[in-house]
Design a protein around this ligand. Structure first.
Ligand SMILES: Cc1cc2nc3c(=O)[nH]c(=O)nc-3n(C[C@H](O)[C@H](O)[C@H](O)COP(=O)(O)OP(=O)(O)OC[C@H]3O[C@@H](n4cnc5c(N)ncnc54)[C@H](O)[C@@H]3O)c2cc1C
Ligand code: SF4
Ligand code: SF4
Length: 946
């Protein structure tokens, strides 16, 4: 326990802004406690600006009320979606208006290929839902797993597939927007002679101002239009002018890319594209950067949907060995080709592509993938590039300040060479990657901004590289990431005084009080203002990838209840457990954040460390009793013997009430809900049923080589898992031992008892030491045993733990790798549709393919992959009783996925997940452990034989 006395920062009622907003919108939608403000002080940029209050809007009324309040009080208002922008445009010093809870698809028109969506929907979610209709939204930032439509629209985002689909501005039919004048407008393209337009111009004078101003300065605007394939710098008066020239006032062109500075988007009508019939992805390592430059125009004739480059430095920084990149690769190209119909033979195109590339010096043969999973693998490193660079050094971090320049595509090699030489001269490592087909390069130097020398190099590079892009290459300083805070100060240099002045007039017309996102897009402030020096020496890239898998964020859609937010909260200088208890105790310890984080951050572990400073006493008392064994086991026996009496509806209601005060000792939200389907307790525990497998206490060198680590659930519950694992092992010719064992430690650690977990680990290390292989059936035990080295700094325990970690294997892995192939037969009358819920801890242990492999190999099993198979089901050991309401909300998504998969059976690899699945699914779908299905298949074969 820490002795530091925490300074309490309560969600105070004295904070006027939040108090007023609560009165307007309700308590639930407004945050201003310390942890929330800490979490919302950052986005994925290099900046930090703590707000005064956060509003989680749920409707247009909420937006309108917040806007009008901010305007009436002159408080800055910053709209925010996923907060993945790299420019500091979703943070602000006033009110943050988070649209994440407005995340529905309102309508899809398949024939006309459009959809109406709310701004809080995540791109990946949108495309997942559209996929069943053969449609997609084309613009695809690499942050697509986490970024949301509102942010994409406001930033005019695009991505690797811009070549095929264009940027967001090319894919929007109309927007609904709330302006600071309190008017709502439908921003679509209006014919200049449309009477509706005249009415609109009359009711919203700002629109007339922009129309008149654009017409009056058409020549200036045309003269200043950057001559490159994409540009997001400044307001898009170029698009507006183009529209006017063709007789239209194209309002989406004005608002897309305006970075929340002109109005708040509450709804968008987006254009959809047909999903390609087939796709191929190729990875090509060139020996010469210049030759890539020559190959690009040739490859463009194949009309690729994506053409991406990573330069030599980038390949070095992400690790060539790890990604199988040859030492002599000077740069790598990622090419994607789509076929719109099955008649088009992509293999022929692949041959042409290969012929083009082979006419240059390649560092290795091309890798070409048609299969979706393999293609995804090829993209994985590219998409996670920026946060992956965070692993490079504890001090030097990838800093986004010249990250988005655009030059003519045919000059991209020249640009890369120039940038490499520039940073070579500064002796600064730099990664250069991006959309080579568009001439859009992401330049990310690695710097220690806390070092004066590096800081000066950053300022020098900012000025010189941007100036060179403009003067030598005739390019743009911003292709897709937006101006935000980082480029706002350079917009005037890019376009000159006159056009800049028009931009200022546009802003004033819509937002005379400078309420909406001040300091963003247009600013005289240096780009170094508000840099978060403290955070830039930490390990987290604030990319929000972890939020995309965090089940708590999925439910709350609020940054203070998210993995990224928790990193900020628990690593803040003013962190205190008391202030942050609400959030720190909400983590499920599902480890999904750790599994996905490209920067190698383990948020769950940071949270466990904080919980360890305040271990839960009641949980500790229980775990100590359990470790002692006899009394605990006897108590469970009594419960098992009487379960049919107390586990009846009326009794359970009573039990819920009686146990309420005890449960409160676990957590304020903890209870034993009367309707929770409890697992059946075993009247004879697994170890009693299989006593003959327990090694003789005097036998210090047992003859058996394989131990089964059953864990608590398989021992205490009558769920069939333990028996199945033992039977399956026997079928594979293994007679397992059941050495003495204590709880692996996952729940113990979750409640903050690290010392107790360590004590149990020591016991298990000694007990398991004699065995060559330790088979597990529980996902959490698998991960915990593999994680034992993290419990010990050094010494013999550490060595033993490292050795153990290598010997632990889940039963599904064991079977998948086994040389034995016992006969299996159809275990059920009819073929069963089986889907797989991939338990979080098994994923974290790296076991994902084997359970699927095993299931697919069973006769009579039609294996179907469910959507969201890799998402937490919400059980998380005891979380189901710690916070039943949240755990069930988390489960909703899983239930939908299972229903959509149309499965009769959900298989999983974890007895703890089975409790949640059985509780949530009732009798509608059977829930089985992979080992149980295997056991049934082996038994069916036996029966057939006899
Ligand atoms: C790892 C990584 C990779 C990336 N790759 C790409 C890429 O390939 N291409 C690319 O273009 N970008 C990329 N980005 C940048 C970023 O992800 C995109 O700009 C994204 O579209 C921002 O969406 P968001 O939901 O995070 O928006 P936020 O960051 O929340 O907001 C972005 C802007 O939108 C405004 N805004 C949000 N909602 C609204 C609303 N309802 N009304 C008005 N304004 C609103 C905000 O005020 C802000 O100005 C990447 C970022 C990361 C971290
Ligand atoms: S913890 Fe990892 S995934 Fe999450 S925001 Fe930080 S770097 Fe990104
Ligand atoms: S462990 Fe799970 S619940 Fe906790 S922060 Fe990570 S993803 Fe979120």
């Amino acid at each position: 326990m820490t002795s530091s006395s925490p300074s309490l920062i309560q969600p105070t009622k004295s904070r006027v802004v939040a108090k007023d907003l609560r009165a307007l919108l309700g308590v639930e939608k407004v945050l201003d406690d310390g942890p929330a403000l800490t979490a919302y002080a950052v986005d994925a940029s290099i900046y930090r600006v703590p707000p005064q209050a956060v509003v989680l809007v749920e409707s247009e009324d909420d937006i309108a009320a917040t806007v009008s309040y901010a305007v009436s009080r002159g408080i800055p208002l910053t709209p925010r979606a996923a907060g993945t922008n790299l420019t500091g445009s979703a943070i602000g010093s006033g009110i943050i208006l988070d649209v994440s809870r407005m995340n529905r698809i309102l309508e899809v028109n398949r024939e006309e290929r459009w959809a109406r969506v709310q701004p809080g929907i995540v791109l990946a979610e949108l495309n997942k839902q559209l996929s069943s209709q053969g449609l997609l939204f084309g613009p695809d930032p690499s942050s697509g797993d986490m970024c949301k439509l509102g942010g994409m629209i406001a930033n005019n985002s695009s991505g690797p597939h811009t070549l095929r689909y264009g940027s967001v501005k090319d894919n929007i039919q109309s927007l609904r927007l709330c302006l600071t004048s309190s008017s709502w407008i439908e921003a679509r393209s209006y014919a200049l002679n449309d009477p509706t337009l005249e009415r609109l111009l009359t009711s919203v004078p700002a629109l007339r101002d922009v129309l008149v101003l654009t017409q009056a300065h058409a020549d200036l605007i045309a003269a200043k239009q950057p001559n490159v394939s994409k540009n997001s710098c400044g307001y898009n008066l170029f698009g507006v002018a183009d529209g006017l020239a063709q007789g239209h006032f194209d309002l989406p062109k004005l608002f897309v890319g305006s970075e929340g500075t002109l109005g708040i988007v509450s709804e968008a009508k987006i254009m959809l594209a047909a999903k390609p019939a087939a796709t191929l992805t190729a990875l090509i390592h060139f020996q010469s950067l210049e030759e890539i430059g020559q190959a690009v125009p040739q490859l463009l004739t194949l009309q690729p949907s994506a053409l991406e480059v990573m330069d030599a430095n980038t390949l070095n920084l992400i690790g060539r060995g790890k990604h199988g990149i040859p030492d002599d690769a000077a740069a790598t190209l990622l090419v994607e080709l789509d076929a719109d119909s099955l008649e088009i033979d992509l293999r022929e195109k692949a041959d042409v592509m290969a012929a083009i590339c082979r006419s240059y010096k390649l560092a290795s043969e091309l890798t070409v993938a048609f299969d979706a999973a393999q293609r995804e693998q090829l993209w994985k490193a590219r998409k996670a590039l920026y946060p992956t660079l965070y692993r490079f050094s504890a001090k030097k971090k990838p800093i986004n300040f010249v990250d988005d320049v655009v030059v003519p595509a045919e000059r991209i090699s020249e640009l890369i060479r120039y940038v490499e030489e520039f940073f070579g001269g500064q002796q600064v490592p730099v990664a250069i990657f991006g959309h080579i087909g568009n001439g859009n390069a992401h330049i990310v130097p690695l710097l220690d901004v806390n070092d004066t020398g590096d800081f000066q190099k950053m300022v020098q590079a900012y000025q010189e590289i941007h100036a060179t892009v403009l003067n030598r290459f005739g390019g743009s300083i911003c292709g897709e990431h937006g101006d935000g805070r980082v480029r706002a100060g350079f917009v005037k240099t890019m376009f000159g005084e006159e056009l800049y002045d028009l931009f200022v007039q546009v802003k004033k017309a819509f937002d005379p009080g400078n309420i909406l996102n001040p300091g963003i897009k247009l600013s005289e402030a240096p780009f170094t203002d508000h840099i978060d020096y403290t955070r830039l020496s930490k390990s987290c890239a604030t990319c929000a990838k972890c939020n995309s898998v965090c089940p708590v964020y999925d439910v709350f859609q609020s940054e203070d209840m998210s993995a990224r937010g928790w990193f900020e909260i628990v690593t803040a200088n003013d962190y205190s457990y008391l202030n942050s208890k609400r959030v720190v105790e909400s983590c499920l310890n599902c480890k999904s954040c750790r599994t996905i984080c490209p920067a190698g951050v383990d948020v769950s572990d940071l949270i466990l460390q904080k919980r360890a400073e305040h271990p839960n006493r009641f949980a500790g008392w229980i775990f100590r009793r359990q470790a002692q064994g006899t009394v605990f086991d006897a108590f469970l026996h009594v419960l098992a013997d009487t379960q049919r009496l107390w586990d009846r509806p009326a009794f359970r209601r009573l039990l819920e009430r009686i146990t309420a005060p005890i449960m409160k000792m676990l957590a304020p939200t903890a209870r034993l809900p009367h309707d929770l389907v409890l697992p059946k307790l075993a009247q004879r525990h697994l170890r009693e049923r299989h006593g003959h497998l327990i090694p003789n206490g005097t036998d210090s060198s047992p003859s058996k080589t394989v131990a089964y680590f059953h864990g608590c659930a398989a021992n205490y519950f009558d769920d069939g898992v333990g028996d199945a694992v033992i039977e399956v092992l026997k079928k594979h010719g293994v007679d397992p031992a059941l050495p003495p064992q204590r709880c692996s430690g996952t729940p113990i650690q979750t409640y903050g008892h690290v010392d107790l977990a360590r004590e149990g680990a020591r016991f298990n290390l000694r007990s398991l030491a004699p065995y060559e292989t330790i088979v597990t059936g529980c996902a959490s035990c698998t991960l915990m045993l593999k994680d034992y080295p993290t419990l010990f700094q050094d010494g013999e325990d550490r060595q033993q733990a490292e050795a153990l970690a290598k010997r632990v294997i889940h039963i599904s892995e064991f079977v998948a790798r086994s040389a034995e192939h016992p006969p299996m037969a159809h275990a059920h009358g009819t073929t069963k549709r089986v889907t797989y819920h991939s338990s979080c801890h098994l994923r974290a242990a790296g076991v994902t393919k084997e359970p699927r492999q095993v299931l697919s190999s069973m006769p009579g099993v039609n294996f179907v992959e469910m959507q969201d198979a890799d998402r937490c089901a919400g059980g998380a050991g005891t979380y189901i009783v710690k916070d039943y309401a949240i755990s069930q909300k988390i489960f909703d998504r899983k239930a939908r996925a299972i229903t959509q998969a149309g499965a009769n059976i959900v298989a999983t690899s974890c007895p703890a997940c089975m409790i949640q699945l059985k509780n949530g699914l009732g009798d509608s779908v059977q829930v089985k452990h992979v080992a149980q299905l295997l056991q049934e298949a082996y038994q069916a074969a036996e029966q057939e034989k006899s």
